[in-house]
Design a protein around this ligand. Sequence first.
Ligand SMILES: NC(=O)c1ccc[n+]([C@@H]2O[C@H](COP(=O)([O-])OP(=O)(O)OC[C@H]3O[C@@H](n4cnc5c(N)ncnc54)[C@H](O)[C@@H]3O)[C@@H](O)[C@H]2O)c1
Length: 481
Amino acid sequence: MMKGAKETLTAILLGAGNRGMTVYGEYALKYPEKLKFLAVAEPIKIRREKFAQLHEIPPNKCFISWEDLLQEEKLAETAFICTQDQMHIKPTIKALEIGYNVLLEKPMAHTLEGCIKIVKKVEETGRILGISHVLRYTNFFSTIKDTIQKGLLGNLVNISHRENVSWYHMAHSFVRGNWRNVRTSSPMILAKCCHDLDLLFWMVGALPKKISSFGSLIHFNSANAPKNAPKYCVEGCPIEDNCLYYAPRIYIDIIPIIQILEKSEKKGFRFLANLRKNHIRFLTGLSKLVKLLHRLRYWREWPVEPLYSGLPEESAEDYSDDTKMKILKTSPYGRCVYRCDNDVVDHQVVNIEFENKVTVNLTMHGFSEREGRTLRIDGTKATLIGEFSDAGQKITLFDHFSGTEKVIFSQQLFLDSSGHGGGDFSLIDAFLETLVGKRKSQPLTNANETLESHLLSFAAEDSRLKGKVIEMQEFRMKAQK
Ligand SMILES: NC(=O)c1ccc[n+]([C@@H]2O[C@H](COP(=O)([O-])OP(=O)(O)OC[C@H]3O[C@@H](n4cnc5c(N)ncnc54)[C@H](O)[C@@H]3O)[C@@H](O)[C@H]2O)c1
């Protein structure tokens, strides 16, 4: 650990992809006094080199794979593990064995056995492990947790929680993208809803007792493919003018981003949306003069960024319409959404009864007009209604006795680097504090808490596939054997 006026934590990064580069990497660049990366492992050359350049990492500390980096002696205090879902277990166990404290991306592991192995390794080594359940660290969800803990709702009775995945996020990540197939990723109830199940477990504050779940892939399958639709949208699809999911609409016209801006309460954002949508030539001219307008015209951030993953260097910094069009001819993101190799569900419901008799239902679906979570909590004294979406955040408390309603939290749309409603950076802050303070207490989202919330995901999937109610105590015991 480097010493200074404030202690700067040293770290290694495994996987310089979206999370590694743009969340943890960006945090270290913004707060160099708090975090410094000393080594990186990343097989994609352009990402590895970019990360090394940004963080001034010498060539002998740049590695092609996590195995190579973890063959070295311990190089820093902590390891940030940001590889894909199925590459969490081995690097985490190895890093803990070497003596790193670890911040691991969610899900902790794609299998229950993997989660248990990690928990045991944490106990055996006594190292600190944090899981990136970032939503617990947002002002929105911590306000809800506080409200419950202060007793303002009375005794909890029921929570109705929705994970409304937007139509564009569903198509991008769970039909065309990285989390589309259970064999290469994990079930959607783990990949997407481990956050929600973790929040529900945390808010209720008791162990789950029974769980049941239903769901399927209702829309994104070949039965719904338009007649004569080619494999790639840009190969002359007969319905390209009317298809919601036509790839150039999403990645070149950036309709998802425009829709987010259009829903904002801020006039400025709505103005930008109109400029991008209806005055593209004018915007193209202005973009030469104004950096913000250049960003809007030649959009490179999500959902565009993953399109460029692993491309040859010459196209890597070119975000023109022509280059994007060329990429979409062969990219997985250019495929017809009805002709992909996806098998994860596009809608699922989960019912849970907890040991304290609180009931919860979670609905997840991929057809929302906007991205976000909505929830309603009914207690014996009050009702809480919350919206946490990409158009803004708001929590309203309705008190039964006084008959009053009060907005206890609200925040408008913001487009900054600390994603997940501020949760990304708050999670890193909290994780670093546990290490720098040498408190050696496990963080809020630690291995044991995560195991319990991940058990819910695995049990929900078991219930959905087998069509039966799962008794959690039995499920828990079986998993631990
Ligand atoms: N906390 C959250 O809210 C949140 C949000 C999105 C994604 N995630 C999780 O974060 C993880 C990473 O997601 P992402 O979107 O950054 O994915 P990504 O594909 O952009 O990044 C993963 C990176 O790992 C690299 N990699 C592959 N093999 C490697 C190896 N052998 N050694 C080192 N690196 C290797 C890939 O080349 C890639 O750059 C996933 O588990 C994902 O589920 C979490």
